[in-house]
Design a protein around this ligand. Structure first.
Ligand code: DC
Length: 227
């Protein structure tokens, strides 16, 4: 079994790199941000303020989240319904960030995440994987890039999906979200003391993937022997 944690702020390229590494290593890629986005989506659908901890907590018993993996692609089911790209909007990023600061939401999602890592070799991306979810992960990476690079990547992604926004709006939303995610009192998005810091501002996704693969090999020898 092998457990790799990739944490870092939004737009650092965690999902692109984690997906590529999962395919190379033949292990499961788990996108934990999708779980918080799904709760945000439900809270929005119930016209509830995502910052109102008591109101959000009261909704949790109505939520059942299932994760399914089809050909290595993660599908999140909210009460049996696959939400697809509906959780990938700028608005859902803000809802996810707001609900993720609520301790009851974090404990609601804890077992789902740990259970996957107990059953499968995983590469998990998020904000608190190396610090809280998998403190014993075999390899911990904290991936980041400059604000401008990250905002440009997120902007290109949203435009490619046909959404209407501006670079300035994406940059402002991203900075507000990062500030909230890294300053919250529960599970703030910070690097674990034993994480390897990786700034990929000037790297292509392929260079970043290779660089992290080298870190994994240095730590674990040939990962194929461990899976
Ligand atoms: O990775 P993402 O952009 O899809 O995450 C959406 C929000 O969810 C992010 O702003 C913070 C929160 N999140 C978290 O608190 N912990 C995680 N492990 C993953 C995401």
């Amino acid at each position: 079994m092998i457990r790799i944690a990739i944490d870092g702020p939004s737009g650092a390229g965690k999902s692109t790199v984690a997906k590529a590494l999962a395919a190379k290593l033949g292990i499961l890629y788990v996108d934990t941000g999708a779980l918080y986005r799904t709760i945000g989506y439900y809270v929005r659908s119930r016209n509830t303020d995502p910052k109102n901890a008591a109101a959000v907590e009261a909704l949790l018993p109505n939520i059942e989240i299932d994760l399914q993996y089809v050909d290595g692609t993660q599908h999140v089911l909210l009460n049996g319904e696959d939400l697809g790209d509906r959780i990938r909007t700028n608005e859902m990023s803000l809802y996810a960030s707001a609900v993720s600061a609520i301790p009851a939401v974090r404990s609601f999602l804890l077992d789902t995440q740990r259970d996957l890592a107990r059953r499968y070799s995983v590469i998990m991306d998020g904000r608190d994987i190396g610090t809280v979810i998998l403190p014993d992960a075999d390899v911990k990476i904290f991936l980041t890039a400059s604000n401008e690079c990250r905002a440009k990547r997120r902007y290109d992604e949203l435009i490619a999906k046909g959404q209407t926004t501006t670079y300035e709006e994406v940059l402002a939303t991203m900075q507000a979200r990062d500030a909230a995610d890294s300053s919250r009192t529960v599970a703030p998005a910070v690097a674990a003391p034993d994480a390897v810091l990786f700034d990929n501002s000037w790297m292509t996704p392929e260079e970043c993937t290779e660089g992290i693969l080298n870190v994994i090999k240095e730590k674990l020898g040939d990962p194929a022997d461990r899976i």
